[in-house]
Design a protein around this ligand. Structure first.
Ligand code: FRU
Length: 728
């Protein structure tokens, strides 16, 4: 064992507990020089020691901080002062809760007490920090506590620290609990703080069979804090350079998209507040900066002037520990109010409430937002029809779509109904703060229990309106006529906006009047798979929505994306004989393919994508007269991702045959058929060279009238953000 050659000051208030004494002895047994430092609020000096002489201050505490809150608050100025000028502090067990009274973070852990875990428990390093020195010598996961016995703990569960970053979460018997945020770090001035809220105990052989790993972990922490090579990298950047460093961490991840918007790291779900303001597109999104799992939702922010090149902007909305959005700033929209101020309407989550909140922009770049002191601006869900209550929520009532007709504002909120099915509830107001309930614009699926119509949106497409709702599974759209007074929606046709992994889309109107829609593309890998990746979710490419000559819904990739194309690697036609497999030149997995195929009859056309050199990994887009199947059964050798097939009905037998536009980007595959039908799915080949493309026909010969493959020179996704310097 190498000696722990650091000088440690072990803080405690009043008499040291057995556990605190054991921790001091443990330090001595590791060869560290240790002093005990008493925090005594009664004395004039509070702390009678020169804190700056220690390499590390360690506050290890197995009792709730509430018991000594006064003493801790009294010690705060001295400890903060040391930190500001470069001091190092380790807070373990309940001492993690001292971050708030010590003025290290305004948000304290929301869960603390004692708990009994009936399995061995430990930690999983967050992928983006897996090379952090506190994890030296561990591979991904490790255990520090055997089963049984009540143990002290403090952690962030429903809330996130305002300033700290998460380094690792809990593992119980092999099961990852990402929302149990237990290993954290902070920068305070020039100083560093590490916190571990559970499972680092010394008294009575607490670590038992896991003491070797416990020793290594605690030694790593003290040696890193006390040494001279502490990482300064943060996954909570606030400036362009910081975001660039964060994205650069994924440089070797061939599943990362390059022209789809992805989170800089961590979790992304719904697009929110999409608005074209002052010549710039602003896309906000549901974002968990803590890691690649849903929870502690903030609003992430990206901007673009041309829809190809994107910039990360600082997080726009964060949960407020004292506000109605304490547990999350959920989905919503942005509009410009009558006085010209960009305004966000979003759902605040707190306890069992989800209620409408409002925030106004404080600057033209939409960086700063002021939450309305009157939040929530609608105090409760309406009662006619009765809104669904569940074990978790008093009312399933959330997500916002706001628009103006003349001087009147209209506002749709998604809901589930007690009688079953979902509803889009309509409100009307003279201002964005005062809303009168009108009634359900549309409700449906009454035989479906416990569903909610999330993220409803009403779009004006000329002769008809389009209403879409996300019902936990699909995004359903209704074309018809909206009556905003009665209210009601006369449905003429309906369908699915996408047959794959797209969810909760939101739209905006371009300056030249086109309706563009983005959606959340879900992952189809496990919670563990997402944790290992370090990021989760992406936004779709923008789609232009319009009404075709037959009155049907047309969906096309935004025309701006054509500017991503470089010289085609293939451009011609292909007469395929049955069974023949023809490779098509392609450079990497950032490409667009266009194929115009004659009517299929009994023949099936196959487009092979993500093909490895030996073709042991490949994904097949199989086109038959009645539908397209994306066959993922051989898409990866990794056992984790979902490899089931995804199907989309189409009519590929009309006199015009079938026209395909296919977009491939890292792990994202989107198929547009006949400018009408869309299927977005995820594919995770294990090999980074699984970039091959081929075409084939089966059960007969087939003529592909034209086939073009373009590499897409991505200037969004990670590449855009890396190209930031070039653009400025
Ligand atoms: C849809 C959704 C919304 C909610 C948000 C929370 O994916 O569940 O209803 O506002 O995500 O992140």
């Amino acid at each position: 064992m190498d000696a722990l050659s650091v000088r440690i000051g072990c803080l405690s208030v009043g008499d040291r507990t057995t556990e605190q004494t054991a921790a001091v002895e443990w330090c001595q047994s590791r060869g560290a020089r240790v002093d005990t430092i008493d925090v005594t609020p009664e004395s004039d000096s509070v702390i009678d020691a020169d804190l700056a002489t220690y390499d590390v201050l360690w506050w290890h505490r197995d009792e709730p901080v509430e018991l000594d809150r006064k003493a801790i608050a009294a010690a705060a100025p001295a400890i903060r002062g040391v930190l500001e000028s470069g001091g190092r502090l380790f807070l373990s067990l309940h001492a993690l809760s001292a971050v708030e009274p010590l003025d290290i973070d305004p948000i304290a852990p929301d869960a603390a007490g004692t708990e009994r875990i009936d399995h061995p428990s430990g930690f999983a390093a967050k992928a983006i920090h897996s090379d952090h020195p506190v994890f030296e010598g561990f591979v991904d996961r490790f255990y520090t506590l055997p089963a049984g016995e009540n143990r002290p703990f403090a952690r962030y569960e429903a809330v996130a620290p305002a300033r700290g970053q998460l380094l690792g979460s809990a593992v119980h018997a092999g099961e990852l609990l990402p929302a149990h945020k237990e290993i954290l770090s902070w920068r305070v001035g020039e100083g560093h703080v590490y916190g571990v809220g559970a499972r680092v105990e010394f008294a009575d052989n607490a670590a038992g069979e896991f003491s070797v790993d416990r020793d290594r972990f605690v030694s790593n922490i003290l040696a890193t804090l006390g040494g001279d090579r502490r990482p300064t990298f943060t996954d909570r950047p606030t400036d362009a350079a910081g975001f660039d460093r964060l994205r650069a961490r994924f440089a070797d991840d061939h599943h990362r998209p390059t022209y789809h918007l992805s989170p800089p790291a961590g979790w992304l779900n719904d697009p929110n507040g999409i608005i074209h303001h002052d010549g710039t597109y602003h896309v906000f999104y549901q974002y968990n900066p803590m890691g690649p799992f849903h929870g502690t939702i903030h609003w992430g922010h990206a901007t673009s002037e041309d829809l190809r090149t994107w910039c990360d902007e600082p997080v726009a909305l964060s949960p407020d520990p004292d506000g109605p959005d304490r547990d999350g700033c959920w989905s919503g929209c942005a509009v410009v109010d009558a006085g010209g101020t960009p305004t966000i309407l979003y759902t605040g989550g707190r306890g069992s409430d989800q209620l409408p909140c409002l925030a106004t922009a404080g600057d033209d770049r939409l960086h700063s937002w002021r939450k309305d002191p009157a939040n929530p601006i609608i105090p409760a869900a309406p009662d006619d029809p009765a809104v669904l209550a569940t074990d978790d929520w008093d009312a399933e009532f959330r997500d916002h779509n706001v628009w103006a007709v003349g001087d009147t504002w209209y506002h749709l909120i998604g809901a589930g109904l007690s009688e079953g099915g979902g509803a889009a509830l309509l409100y009307r107001g003279d201002t964005l703060r005062d809303w009168e309930y009108v009634g359900p614009l549309l409700s449906g699926d009454h035989d479906v229990a416990d569903t909610v119509w999330e993220c409803p949106e009403l779009l004006d497409l000329g002769e008809v309106s389009l209403l879409h709702v996300s019902n936990y599974r699909d995004v359903r759209y209704f074309l018809g006529v909206a009556d905003l007074s009665t209210p009601g929606f006369a449905v003429e046709t309906e369908g699915l906006l996408d047959h794959g992994a797209l969810y909760a889309p939101q739209s905006t109107t371009t300056p030249d009047g086109r309706v563009l829609m983005w959606g959340w593309i879900k992952e189809t890998r496990s919670v563990d798979g997402q944790w290992r990746a370090g990021w989760s979710g992406a936004l779709s490419i923008p789609r232009e929505l319009s009404i075709g000559s037959a009155g049907d819904l047309v969906q096309q990739p935004a025309r701006e994306l054509r500017a991503l194309r470089s010289e085609p690697t293939f451009d011609g036609s292909a007469d395929l004989t049955a069974g023949e497999h023809r490779p098509i030149a392609a450079t990497n997995n950032a490409l667009e393919l266009r194929a115009e195929i004659e009517p299929l009859g009994d023949v099936s056309f196959e487009l092979g994508l993500f093909e490895s050199p030996a073709r042991s990994e490949r994904t097949v887009v199989r086109c038959r007269r009645d539908g397209i199947v994306v066959d993922r059964s051989n898409s990866t050798h990794d056992p984790d991702p979902d490899t089931s097939s995804v199907r989309m009905p189409i009519d590929a037998d009309g006199s015009d045959g079938v026209s395909l536009r296919v977009f491939v980007d890292g792990s994202i595959l989107t198929v547009f058929a006949n400018d009408r039908h869309c299927l977005t799915t995820r594919v995770y080949p294990s090999r980074s060279d699984a970039t091959g493309v081929s075409v084939a026909a089966f059960d007969g010969d087939l003529s592909v009238r034209s086939l073009t493959a373009w590499p897409l020179e991505a200037s969004s996704g990670d590449r855009a953000f890396r190209n930031r310097q070039d653009r400025q």
